[in-house]
Design a protein around this ligand. Structure first.
Ligand code: PEP
Length: 251
């Protein structure tokens, strides 16, 4: 049985003061919650503050990006070890906003995934097609290429330590959610791709989140699909009540 995992991607939002208020709101309901794994991914500047606030609770901490090198002349970048030092256990990699605005390719994402795993961080690896690709009938090609490319060369243990997030680009921040059937179809495709890369048992153990305009009103139906193991939540993760309601929909 795969335990569901709900992660909040705060993106470039939340000063440390705002983050403190949001996390205190989450802690009131989720500090001892065990029904699903709960992760918050603040911007780098709030990670230290949030790390101290979630210590001793069941709320886990993640980052939204990192560099693949261990250290060096990479102005503006952050290493996996720097995230581990602040007790991050997860890192979102290959988000469509990173792919679109910062030119991240599957090869770059793959380097980051390997660096994260080497530092004992769990990567949350994002894949997803654009609307144009969906309308051109390219979903299968795009998704299998991203899955194979982003996860190339991972051992069985490493793939099981990873989380995949299916995020159709056309559903991110747009209010347009994939229907539960559309999402399930792609999640099943991702699992089939993993089975061909490893085997059915390994594929069955990997958690695949759905992301794209998940809200309290649609979370339950999405999370009830057989291959959907929770969600990666953007906008709705910035409001304590909405995020808590989405987490509770995962049980
Ligand atoms: C995301 O950016 O990962 C995301 C799913 O955003 P939203 O929930 O706002 O669509």
């Amino acid at each position: 049985m795969r335990k569901k995992i709900v992660a909040g991607n705060w993106k470039m939002n939340m000063t440390t003061e705002e983050a403190t208020s949001l996390v205190n709101g989450l802690k009131a309901e989720l500090a001892i919650f065990r029904g699903a794994d709960v992760v918050v991914c603040p911007p780098f500047t709030a990670i230290s503050t949030v790390s101290a606030l979630v210590q001793g609770t069941h709320i886990d901490l993640g980052a939204q990006n990192m560099h693949w090198e261990k250290s060096g002349a990479y102005t503006g970048e952050i290493s996996a070890a720097m995230l581990r030092e602040l007790y991050c256990h997860y890192v979102i990699l290959g988000h469509s906003e990173r792919r679109t605005y910062f030119g991240e390719t599957d090869e770059i994402v793959n380097r980051k995934v390997k660096a994260a795993l080497a530092a004992t961080l769990h990567p949350i690896v994002c894949v997803g097609e654009t609307l144009a690709q969906r309308e051109a009938g390219e979903v299968e090609t795009v998704i299998t290429t991203q899955v194979r490319g982003s996860l190339a060369g991972l051992s069985q243990k490493e793939i099981l330590d990873s989380v995949i997030a299916y995020e159709p680009v056309w559903a991110i921040g747009t209010g347009k959610t994939a229907t539960s059937a559309q999402a399930q179809e792609v999640h099943a495709l991702i699992r089939k791709t993993l089975a061909s890369m490893y085997d059915a048992a390994i594929a069955d153990g990997v958690r695949i989140q759905y992301g794209g305009s998940v809200k309290p009103g649609n979370a339950k139906e999405l999370f009830s699909m057989p291959d959907i193991d929770g969600g990666l939540i953007g906008g709705a993760a910035l409001d304590a009540k909405s995020f808590i309601d989405i987490v509770r929909a995962a049980v």
